[in-house]
Design a protein around this ligand. Structure first.
Ligand code: PRX
Length: 647
């Protein structure tokens, strides 16, 4: 564990919105007087109907409920667009960088974005979409993804974005779960010079999701794609006749805003539901304080809108704060590993926010790719999605930021809506690898296995003691699953699923997931999902999936597979299974290692002993712990003797 502490640079402490004393005072007040604190913070938003009630929340089973600003009404898209028109209508809202540096960038002003959003909202309305209807968005990183999101929020439709790397099967499941009648997609996506057949994927998905009545298709590459009469509309044709005015719908603070599917330790991905008022206040507030953001600063969050980071910190947070947000269609190493920093120079990016996995990949390519760019515009760096190892942190700090830029290592989750434990650049002396201190309104606790609250320096399960406005409100269609998943492991607390250590200075260090979720390149995968994809293959009898350390991805996917008795496992089957999982879920779920096993280690009651499987995957086989409850200990010997050479 790194012991280095980097002080807040003097000019940051002097000029930032919040300094260390300010942070302590605001955090104390946010917990002592949540009503007063949040009523004040909510003033950053334009309300159509002012709220009179602030916090009505309980994590206890008897009166469980989460409501924030419950009797207020607002519109998120109007807060992102309309209210900026007078002062900054001609300011660039979205700076778009295409996959290939040879294609021109696009600069979309607030005025233009407002008009585009209104036209698209009117198109949706003309297809019968209204308040509360679900709209699935399956788009690459193009400005139209922002237009589609903002158009939904303008008319009160609930968007559900599905990452454009997911397979038709995964897309179909997400369309059906929330019963979307509309899908918004593109002919093809472009990533790292490769084409992704998005429309064809949608067509394949809709074979399993016949309820979809409208598919809007953006022309991105101009590929010739099949269009079904009556169902499919070309984006440009669809908006051609639409008015550039569309009255924003007044949304109750607790009206649903969006659904985003995320993986858990069991079952199918859950539709995490966020509502309008609390999420909007939380997105705007956290974006401002975490990035010390002032309107008009050039800001780049290199996440995809298919993940929560893209929702809160590519689109909603920056636009709520009158920002100029960079949207990047491509990947960090195309055409070469300088790309990120070339884009920084091209646009004069001041704040850059990315994922450790990308940094580790670039770090391997050597410093020269960074050194040949200027990066003089950079003032602040951010990290998100997975623990950042101190080595990658130091590289980011020294090589990318030239020891000039503070780093904010933001811990949060799809469920928490926005940064929940994070340094603030003007307030928090930095410890490489530590997410540091709780955001305003957040009271983290560490619990031991029996649910006792641990004090002082300690390590345990990370829970949050009380509600904050950006918290998810339910699992779409399954409120009981919401309660069971998050509030029953430790009664009365929100359980994050993460393990965490707190040091003697009160800094939080996230140690990673302690449930059956793994984090691959900052993408969350349920091991159960990959297992069910594997056992759906006709030659597979049983499968168990665990995480393994991976130098670039953080965690890799290690799958133990038992084939049906008559099947002879070989490399051809291994390749077939890898391909199978990619088609069932998507390339992000590609197993790194498949180990064939005649049997899996089980207890006498038939429960798979994952602890042992994890140890073998980690190649930490010296001490497998207590194996006395195994039904057949020879199974473990076989596994140890047959670890694949690739592992
Ligand atoms: O394990 C934590 C890890 O990512 C999980 C949440 O994943 P997801 O809902 O996909 O959201 C990712 C983007 C916010 C967490 O439970 N995680 C996220 N950020 C960090 C992190 N682990 C350590 N440090 C972080 N900064």
């Amino acid at each position: 564990m790194s012991q280095t502490v980097y002080p807040v640079p003097a000019e940051w402490a002097a000029n930032a919105l919040v300094d260390e004393a300010g942070y302590r005072e605001m955090h104390r007040r946010s917990l002592d007087d949540p009503e007063g604190f949040w009523a004040e913070q909510a003033k950053r938003i334009d309300w159509i109907t002012p709220f009179t009630r602030v916090k009505e929340t309980s994590f206890d089973e008897a009166d469980f409920g989460i409501r924030w600003f419950g009797d207020g009404a607002l519109n998120l898209s109007a807060n992102c667009l309309d209210r900026h028109l007078e002062a900054r209508g001609d300011q660039v809202a979205i700076l778009w960088e295409p996959d290939s540096p040879d294609e021109p960038e696009r600069r979309i002003t607030y005025r233009q974005l407002h008009a585009d959003v209104c036209r698209f909202a009117n198109l949706l309305k003309s297809r019968g979409v209204g308040k509360g209807d679900r709209v699935t968005i399956y788009l690459p990183m193009v400005p139209e993804a922002a237009v589609a999101m903002l158009a939904c929020s303008r008319i009160g439709a609930i968007h559900s974005i599905v990452f454009a790397g997911f397979s038709p099967e995964a897309l179909a499941g997400r369309i059906q779960d929330c019963d979307s009648r509309v899908v918004i997609t593109a002919d093809e996506g472009l990533r790292g010079g490769r084409k992704v057949p998005l429309k064809a994927n949608v067509d394949a998905a809709l074979n399993h999701a016949p309820g979809v009545e409208t598919v809007v298709v953006l022309k991105r590459t101009g590929a010739d794609v099949a269009m079904r009469d009556g169902r499919d509309i070309d984006w440009a044709d669809g908006i051609a006749e639409q008015s550039a005015e569309c009255e924003p719908t007044a949304m109750g603070a607790e009206d649903p805003l969006f659904i985003l599917y995320t993986s858990g330790s069991t079952g199918k991905p859950k539709g995490v539901l966020h509502t309008t008022g609390g999420y909007t206040v939380w997105a705007a507030m956290t974006h401002e304080y975490v990035f010390d953001y002032r309107p008009g600063q050039i800001y780049w969050c290199a996440a995809d809108v298919g993940w929560v980071t893209g929702h809160t910190y590519v689109i909603y947070g920056p636009l709520l704060n009158g920002g100029t947000t960079v949207m990047f269609e491509g990947v960090p190493n195309f055409p070469d590993p300088s790309r990120f920093w070339q884009v920084v120079d091209k646009f004069g990016v001041e704040i850059f926010y990315g994922a450790p996995t990308a940094l580790r990949a670039l770090m391997r390519e050597g410093d020269e790719w960074v050194a040949k760019t200027s990066r003089k515009s950079l003032r602040l760096l951010g990290s998100v999605g997975e623990p950042i190892n101190p080595e990658a942190w130091e590289w980011y700090y020294r090589v990318v930021g030239e020891e000039r830029c503070p780093i904010v290592d933001t811990w949060w989750q799809t469920e928490t809506g926005g940064a929940t434990i994070t340094p603030l650049p003007g307030a928090t002396p930095m410890k490489p690898g530590s997410a540091s201190w709780p955001m305003f309104g957040v009271k983290p606790l560490l619990l031991d296995a029996d649910g006792n609250v641990l004090e002082g320096a300690a390590e345990g399960s990370l829970v949050i003691a009380d509600s904050w406005p950006g918290q998810m409100r339910t699992v779409w269609g399954d409120h009981d699953r919401f309660f069971q998943t998050y509030f029953t492991t430790y009664k009365g607390y929100y359980f994050t699923g993460d393990g965490c250590r707190r040091d003697a200075d009160g800094y939080y260090w996230i140690t990673g997931r302690i449930d059956d979720v793994i984090n691959v390149s900052g993408h969350r995968m349920g091991t159960a999902e990959i297992e069910s994809a594997l056992v759906a293959h006709s030659k597979v009898a049983e499968a168990a999936v665990v995480g393994m350390p991976h130098p670039v991805k953080g965690q890799g996917i290690y799958a133990y597979v038992t084939t049906n008795a008559e099947v002879e496992p070989d490399d051809a089957l291994r390749a077939e299974l890898v391909k199978w999982v990619r088609t069932e879920i998507g390339p992000i779920a590609t197993p790194d290692v498949i180990q064939f096993a005649p049997a899996l280690p089980k207890t006498r009651s038939g429960k798979i002993m994952r602890r042992i499987l994890r140890k073998i995957a980690e190649n930490d086989t010296g001490n497998l712990g207590d194996t006395s409850t195994l039904a057949d200990p020879s199974v473990v010997d076989h596994l140890l003797a047959n670890r694949p050479a690739t592992a």
